[in-house]
Design a binder for this molecule. Structure first.
Ligand code: AMP
Ligand code: MG
Length: 329
């Protein structure tokens, strides 16, 4: 049985010792549960890729207790400093140029000359990172391509024995992953993945962000163009206006078409933050509902709704080969 512990000081000390010895430890962050490994230890990072069955070309985010701890291996420009001052600790990941001689495992960065860094806001994550005093890679604690875990029991269901210890910090407050912003080029800043920090919040600091055109982002994709990810077992049907009797329904606000086998309203009051917090738990529960498929009503794309819609689009994307479903942006 995998060890699941309340994150008291003793459990955090044990988790830190396990990480320093190259083992994998799952811990809560404000976004989702992360699967941690020592970012400077090639063998530990390789074990993490194996545990998640994550393709080696998909780089990992390096987590730190404070921004200063990243200065030795990542190059912060003026834009990065402004974002750090406003959003760290918090659900924002920065992709920055990596300094020569960086101690970060090249497996963690997939051999790129950039590195993704974040200081999470969860007190348990911060206590653990302080105790380890090393950079820690921590992708979501799920099998690659699957629904991310927002509770300790989800981690156990996903990874079982592959993880040495799970710190149980209760359900995650934000419920979707961090926003990933690419600052590796001085001439533009781009959102690589929408997430817990919204586009409007970023643009208030950075000005307008470069991005793929709306048409590119919204057009129905040819099979394979949109990587399947965040996928429950059941097929997902988006923008549902009505629902079949053998479908599970994810509703939102007052938009709850009748007739589903099973219904989960992501936020009866129409609050997008509540919907984000409930999204992955709802997809997991829908899988267990006995339905044939999952229908989802339209979700507004504003604010954190952009991240919700991104995850749902990937959950609904064609799954040409589930056994090798890629994970990534
Ligand atoms: P996760 O799988 O939730 O840990 O997500 C990590 C995300 O950060 C993925 O979408 C990665 O592709 C992205 N990422 C990490 N490092 C880099 C990097 N150096 N350049 C671009 N994207 C990165
Ligand atoms: Mg993930």
């Amino acid at each position: 049985m995998v060890e699941v512990r309340r994150p008291d000081p003793e459990a955090i000390a044990r988790a830190a010792a396990l990480l320093r010895s190259g083992r994998l430890v799952a811990f809560p962050t404000e976004t989702v549960y992360g699967l941690g490994a020592d970012a400077t230890n090639d063998a530990a990072v390789a074990a993490l890729f194996r545990a998640k069955r994550r393709p080696a070309h998909n780089p990992l985010i390096v987590h730190l207790a404070e921004a200063a701890a990243a200065e030795s291996f990542a190059s912060f420009d003026e834009r990065a400093r402004r974002l750090v001052a406003r959003f760290w600790p918090g659900p924002l990941t920065l992709v920055l140029p990596q300094r020569p001689g960086s101690p970060i495992s090249r497996l963690a960065t997939a051999g790129l000359d950039t590195v993704a860094v974040r200081v999470p806001a969860h007190p348990v994550a911060l206590a653990l990172l302080r105790a380890v005093a090393r950079p820690i890679v921590a992708p979501s604690a799920n099998r690659s391509g699957r629904v991310s875990p927002t509770r300790a029991q989800d981690v156990v269901a996903e990874l079982g024995e592959a993880v040495a210890l799970v710190l149980d910090g209760g359900p995650c407050a934000i419920g979707v992953e961090s926003t990933v912003v690419d600052l590796s080029r001085p001439e533009d800043a781009r959102i690589l993945r929408p997430g817990g920090v919204t586009r409007d919040e970023l643009e208030a600091i950075l000005g307008p962000l470069a991005e793929p055109s709306r048409a590119e982002a919204e057009a129905p994709r040819a099979p394979g163009m949109l990587a399947s990810h965040y996928a429950p077992r059941l097929p997902v049907r988006l923008d549902a206006r009505s629902v079949a009797p053998d479908e599970a329904l994810l509703a939102f606000g007052t938009n709850e078409p009748p007739g589903a086998l099973w219904t989960f309203n992501l936020s009866p009051s129409g609050d997008l933050f509540e919907a984000a917090r409930n999204l992955y738990r709802a997809l997991r529960a829908a899988d267990e509902s006995g339905a044939r498929a999952i229908a989802v009503v339209p979700i507004p794309k504003e604010g954190i709704g952009e991240a919700i819609c991104d995850r749902l689009a990937r959950a609904a994307a064609p799954r040409p080969d589930r056994s090798s479903a890629p994970e990534g942006v």
